[in-house]
Design a protein around this ligand. Structure first.
Ligand SMILES: C[S@@+](CC[C@H](N)C(=O)[O-])C[C@H]1O[C@@H](n2cnc3c(N)ncnc32)[C@H](O)[C@@H]1O
Length: 512
């Protein structure tokens, strides 16, 4: 069978597209499609009214582009997508007023309407919070069940990727987990799981049914970025889009517009290397509510992930010197505070926390004696019997890695010289685990793309920072440092890519 893709230009073309929408979402049954569409007494009525609503939106919004795929022999429409080209006048405006999402196709005051508003508003809000730059986003995709696994989905997705490449912007997709393989096949990398909070006061039985039947099965979306583009490392970030890359408002040496993207990707890779363990300290989170502090939290990527895995009954506090990274609407059990980790902490936080965690920030102080004071202050905030866990770089260079990557690791070693202070500072049950993190070629192509991209973003920022170090602190000749950026990109453009880093997780308990 052969297929042909074209962009939709006529209103009449939607007549053949819309019945597919309903067929596609019935097989497999998508339990929340009912929230995206009005409820009708007959299928014909539902198809017509949904089609008319989407045609109206398509006509009203020049950023909205539909494409369709036709099977050439029968001329049947077999799939379609709706892409939003959010560029130029349609680019996100992070400073604009945020209107609440209204699902006006459901009856006012009904559970369906409120649930749809929480669901769709939650998804849109999640993306809006992270995607502050011009981008191309997949709004809808449908492939007729009889024409699946024949490349139709790939054709439809590639149209959006090509458009994004032409425009020089990111492509963003949210997908239900069972649709993930289609996107991963076209090179998208999974970034984050979207968990929507459906808690309301006094939920009705219908609401509880929606929540219990719908949520566990499907109600998680995955947030995707487009395939690794070695040449254009543009990325979406939730930081101030007007700030210049490399600008250093808070004094944080790696601050840039890409920092949150870099940290999000790095989190996936490090978590994988730790076999999905976020806490190695032996804390029993199910025996009672715990209070957790994450120092130098950035946008709370570790904290949010921990919260998703241990449940909402605990209290989560994230601190960072760069408050612009913080999520705007954290759940009620989570708060973010601007705090310089090199300065004294609030007095009433002394002995408050069951777990104090800090990752990739031991170097914020710079000198060894001050780092010891920083760690001492973190320990002061641990409850007697509570735990502290630090994750940072371990000095390590592999002979089998590429020569440019090896020199880069020497730069990292010079910049970050982490030390375990815990025994000296009176802690007990001191543990250390060294993990090897692979930023290069591996069997899991999704993780490979995330790892490579994370490494390329990191090296750009680290090398810019290393250039600012005093010459006596730099082992690799300065001329080599200035060519490493291109040399690593070259190394990463040929398979196999050998690039590893070792991290160290150190955790210990404060005596009772
Ligand atoms: C390498 S990032 C790590 C972020 C996060 N812990 C993670 O693992 O993804 C370092 C973080 O430390 C923050 N930071 C830098 N200097 C700091 C300081 N003096 N006090 C508090 N936070 C600082 C930065 O803003 C950044 O968010």
């Amino acid at each position: 069978m052969s297929f042909q893709l074209s962009e939709v230009t006529l209103e009449s073309e939607f007549d053949a597209i819309w019945p597919i929408h309903f067929k596609a979402f019935q097989d497999p049954y998508n339990t929340f499609s009912k929230f995206f569409n009005p409820i009708h007494t007959s299928l014909d009525e539902a198809v017509t009214s949904s089609k008319e609503r989407h045609v109206r939106m398509w006509k009203a919004n020049p950023a909205c582009h539909w494409t369709k795929v036709v099977e050439t022999k029968s001329e049947n429409v077999v799939g379609a997508t709706c892409w939003m080209l959010n560029v130029g006048a349609h680019a996100p405006n992070p400073n604009g007023t945020k209107k609440p999402f209204v699902a006006d196709w459901h009856i006012e005051g009904s559970d369906e309407r409120l649930f749809a508003e929480k669901l769709i508003g939650g998804l849109l809000g999640f993306v809006a919070e992270r995607v502050a730059r011009p981008h191309v986003v997949l709004s809808q995709m449908m492939v007729h069940p009889d024409y699946r696994r024949q490349g139709v989905g790939t054709m439809l997705i590639q149209w959006g990727i090509r458009k994004a490449d032409e425009l020089g912007v990111e492509t963003v997709v949210e997908a239900v987990p069972y649709a993930a393989p289609v996107y991963e096949k076209t090179g998208f990398g999974r970034v984050e799981q979207i968990d929507i909070d459906f808690t309301i006061d006094n939920p009705s039985d219908t609401w509880k049914k929606y929540q219990s039947k719908t949520c566990p099965a499907h109600m998680s979306y995955l947030h995707y970025f487009n395939p690794l583009q070695l040449s254009t490392l543009k990325a979406c970030a939730m930081v101030d889009p007007t700030a210049e890359a490399g600008s250093n408002r808070s004094g944080y040496i790696l601050h840039s517009n890409d920092e949150i993207t870099r940290l999000t990707l790095q989190h996936q890779i490090v978590k994988d290397a730790l076999n999905n363990r976020l806490v190695l300290a032996s804390i029993n989170f199910s025996s009672g509510p715990r209070t957790i502090l994450n120092s130098c939290t950035a946008d709370g990527v570790w904290l949010r992930d921990l919260q998703a895995s241990i449940g909402p009954q605990h209290t989560f506090i994230g601190t960072d010197v760069e408050a612009s990274y913080f999520p705007t609407n954290p759940p009620s059990n989570t708060s973010y505070h601007a705090q310089d980790a090199t300065k004294p902490w609030p007095k009433d936080w002394s002995g408050k926390f069951d777990l104090v965690h800090q990752r990739f920030a031991i170097a914020v102080e710079g000198s060894e004696s001050d780092t010891r004071l920083l760690v001492q202050r973190l320990i002061d905030m641990v409850k007697p019997g509570g735990w502290i866990q630090l994750v940072d770089l371990q000095e390590w260079i592999s002979d089998t890695d590429g020569p440019a990557w090896q020199d880069y690791c020497i730069c990292l070693r010079d910049m970050i010289n982490a030390k375990g202070w815990f025994e000296e500072l009176g802690l007990v049950d001191v543990h250390e685990e060294i993990i090897e993190v692979n930023f290069g070629t591996r069997d899991d192509k999704n993780l490979e793309a995330i790892g490579k991209r994370s490494a390329l973003l990191t090296k750009r920022q680290v090398l810019a920072a290393v250039k600012t170090l005093p010459p006596e602190n730099i082992t690799v000749p300065k001329e080599r440092v200035s060519t490493l950026m291109e040399a690593i990109e070259e190394e990463f453009s040929k398979d196999p890519v050998n690039a590893h880093t070792h991290y160290k997780v150190v955790w210990a308990r404060k005596p009772e």
